[in-house]
Structure formats: C-alpha cells, structure tokens
Design a protein around this ligand. Structure first.
Ligand code: 0O2
Length: 215
C-alpha cells in the first residue's frame, strides 16, 4: 500500500544520506588529527575553526533539478558532490594551502576536484579553496567511496562569504545593485586585509626582528 511504499522511500533516503554522514565523519577525523599536530608543531594554529553540514534531501533535489538532471538517487549521487560539506577557516592565506596540501598528500583520499577561487576569485568577489575528495568508508559488507566537499578559506574570506550568503537568502537571489556593489568593495577590503595580515605574519614569525643569539 501507499503508506508502506512511502516508508520504504523514506528509509532509502535516510540510508543514502547516512553514507555522506560517514564520509564527513572520516574527513572530520583527518582534519582533527592535522589540527592537533599543527597545534603542537606550528607557532600559531593554522586552523581557526571547522564546521560541517549535510545537505537536506530537499536541497539535494532542488540542486539536481536546477541543473536539469533527473531527480533520482543515482543522478544525485553522480551530480551533487557537496552533499557532505566541511568548512575549514584559517587565519592566514598560507594556512589555507598548508591544510589543503596536508589533505592532498593523503593516499587514501582521491582528489575529485580542486577549485581555487583564491587564485581566481568569482566575479562577485567570492574567494575560497574548494577540494572535493572521495574518502573510503568501510561498512560491514562493502566499502564506499564517499565524496566530501572541503571549503578552506581565511577568516576574512569567511566573513565576506557569510554576509553575502545571508544577503542572497534575504533577497531571494535578487540582491539590489547598490548592495552588490558594496559587497564587491568589501571583497576588495577583505583581500587587502589578507595581504596585510600575510605581511604581519612574517614579522610575527618566531625570532623575526629579534637579535639572534644570546647577548
Ligand atoms: P550552501 O548553502 O553553502 O550549501 P553550483 O554553483 O553550486 O551550482 P558547484 O560546482 O557546487 O555548483 O559550485 P562551487 O563553485 O564549487 O560552490 C559550491 C559552494 O561554494 C556553494 O554551495 C557555497 O557554499 C560556496 N559558494 C560558491 N560561490 C559562492 C558565492 O558566490 N558566495 C557564497 N557566499 N558562497 C559561495 P551552495 O550549495 O550554493 O550553498
């Protein structure tokens, strides 16, 4: 009957989404290990904070349809690579590449996609480094390769992206011209801030500017 059929569909979606949660768990452990190691070895912590999110079924379907793909599980699996998402925020631009490099060298991760919006910002000013990695997840009876999107960005980039995301949401995608221009200007300010902080970072490096050796 219809009730049993709906329950079955719901169960299928729940276990589909669970696979991505497992992928996120695996990558979270990797990042937590890096963070702990960096905290011990680096003079500052290159990871400020980490956030994860799983796309809702609704938003997976919405993105699939928006892309003109058929709204089936197979099509979602093949086309939507950011069902499992992680955002890593770092103080300095060089930290972004340090974290990305540490993930890219891991042999059990397959790099499916790299988008460097820091080297090549979006026209609206969006900057961030996106990696899509496939991580193995060992179930009782089979091994999955689960795609996880990792967005790595500085605090300044994150500040801008959060505000821009909120604006777009508030105006349902139709942000007034004036505000879009302001966001463009703020993106430049954020970029300058990152550059100035990079300069400062050199001065803050251990022993920089200090007389060397015991006096
Ligand atoms: P949410 O709510 O963060 O999950 P797409 O452009 O999404 O159709 P693709 O290949 O997934 O295709 O795009 P891309 O460029 O890799 O970016 C995906 C995610 O990056 C977005 O996810 C955002 O999180 C972030 N992003 C990309 N561009 C912008 C931007 O201009 N502003 C902000 N604030 N975030 C951006 P979702 O699914 O759009 O949203």
């Amino acid at each position: 009957d219809v009730d049993a059929m709906l329950k079955q569909i719901q169960r299928t979606f729940v276990s589909f989404r669970l696979e991505y949660k497992f992928g996120l768990d695996e990558v979270s452990t990797k990042v937590a290990i890096l963070r702990e190691q960096f905290d011990q070895t680096e003079d500052h912590s290159p990871i400020e904070h980490v956030k994860t999110r799983l796309k809702s079924i609704d938003s997976m379907l919405e993105k699939t349809v928006r892309r003109g793909c058929e709204p089936s599980l197979e099509s979602i699996r093949a086309n939507i690579l950011d069902i499992a998402g992680m955002r890593v925020t770092c103080p300095y631009v060089e930290d972004v590449y340090l974290v990305a490099g540490a993930l890219r060298r891991q042999e059990d991760l397959t790099i499916l996609q790299v988008k460097d919006y820091i080297a090549d910002p979006k026209p609206n000013g969006y900057r961030s480094l996106h990696l899509v990695v496939a991580v193995p997840v060992y179930l009782a009876d089979r091994t999955l390769q689960v795609p996880v999107e990792v967005q790595i960005r500085t605090i300044a980039m994150d500040f801008w992206a959060s505000a821009e995301h909120e604006l777009r949401y508030k105006f349902a995608g139709e942000v007034p011209e004036e505000l879009s221009r302001t966001m463009g200007e703020i993106a430049l300010t954020a970029r300058n801030l990152d550059e100035q902080m990079t300069g400062l970072r050199t001065a803050l490096a251990p022993h920089a500017g200090r007389a060397s050796g015991p006096s």
